[in-house]
Unconditional design. Structure first.
Length: 346
């Protein structure tokens, strides 16, 4: 029987099933569903918990033995098996079908795994467990589904949050349910049932974010303007020297320009990477940036950086971080726009 994650609490109130299949691409939801089943099972006398993880050489006979055995410590046993992103294979498939035949009322089995594709759902072992149990698919949430999930978590934690504050939290955590839930728990501890507005959410997000200049470089190479401004805002709040940020942007721009000029001269990108001692883990983001930034654009960025440097040293910038934000945006979304001037009052 299929039961979606948000329906599971009500389903558990009706009756416990002997088998639960919790599969999906959202690890926090999987963990939360498993915990809900665990809590309900404990209330029904399943006090002993045995956990297995599918690894090379896994002994499926041990799973059968534990499923059949009488617990030494309680009347009932809960067994959790994490498939660890793998398929059970022939022996595992036969084992699951054997467990369905045994159907021990004093043992409950939770199987967790990655996304259950159609071929998995059509397999004999999956159908056997599903027929006598519950399949809980955990999908990545977005749009109205993510909003509904957030509303449910606020209700569970007794958090009184304004709608614009909820939207801000969703935008900031970008679909990461674990990060979002951790922020909610923190807000609950700090503010109880007091009204939480957008400013309180932003304050908490900025205070807990830990960024450095290398995070800014990564965002720039990926062309992620939103992340670049988020990192830059945190660096400014931490009073990071503007010249240090300037150095980081300038380094990336000059490296990319050198690579583009080398490509124009007929050199291969692999040879240029080796020549510039660019590590493999950086080659992907740099290649992405090269596809986005032409020689003309990079020269424009370097010109803006030179203007910033001269104006900053002469004390002619009253909002240096705003000017750096402008350069970051040009780096991410190339546009030929002049650096905004912020002359000191005469």
């Amino acid at each position: 029987m299929r039961c979606y994650a948000n329906q599971l609490p009500n389903e558990l109130k009706k009756a416990l099933q002997p088998f639960y299949l919790v599969f999906g691409e959202e690890p926090f939801q999987i963990a939360q569903c498993a915990q809900q089943i665990r809590t309900c099972a404990k209330q029904k006398g399943f006090d002993e918990v045995i956990k297995f993880t599918l690894m090379p050489g896994f002994d499926w006979q041990e799973l059968i033995a534990q499923y059949q055995s009488m617990s030494l410590f309680s009347a009932r046993t809960l067994i959790e098996l994490d498939l660890n992103g793998q398929k059970p294979g022939t022996v595992g498939s036969q084992t699951f079908k054997k467990l369905v035949e045994l159907n021990n009322p004093d043992t409950l089995l939770i199987v967790t795994g990655a996304k259950a594709s159609q071929d998995i759902q059509r397999s004999a072992w999956f159908k056997a467990l599903d027929k006598h149990g519950v399949f809980v698919p955990c999908y990545p949430l977005s749009g109205s589904h993510l909003q509904r999930w957030l509303d449910e978590q606020c209700a569970r934690l007794a958090i009184n949050m304004q709608n614009d504050a909820k939207r801000t939290l969703i935008d900031a955590t970008e679909g990461n349910l674990l990060a979002c839930f951790q922020e909610l728990e923190k807000l609950s501890l700090l503010h109880g049932n007091a009204l939480i507005d957008q400013q309180l959410v932003l304050q908490g997000l900025l205070n807990q974010a830990k960024f450095d200049i290398f995070d800014l470089s990564e965002a720039l190479l990926h062309g992620n303007s939103r992340q670049a401004i988020k990192v830059l805002t945190k660096l400014a709040a931490d009073n990071t020297e503007a010249v240090s940020i300037l150095w980081a942007i300038n380094k990336e721009a000059n490296t990319l320009l050198s690579l583009q000029l080398g490509l124009q001269q007929g050199e291969s990108l692999a040879a240029l990477f080796k020549q510039k001692a660019i590590w493999k883990n950086q080659q992907g983001p740099i290649s992405q940036a090269l596809n986005r930034l032409t020689v003309d654009t990079l020269e424009h960025i370097i010109s803006l950086l030179a203007q910033f440097d001269a104006s900053y040293k002469q004390g002619n910038l009253i909002k240096p971080y705003q000017a750096l934000a402008h350069i970051c945006l040009v780096f991410c979304q190339p546009v030929a726009v002049a650096l905004p001037a912020h002359p000191l009052d005469s």
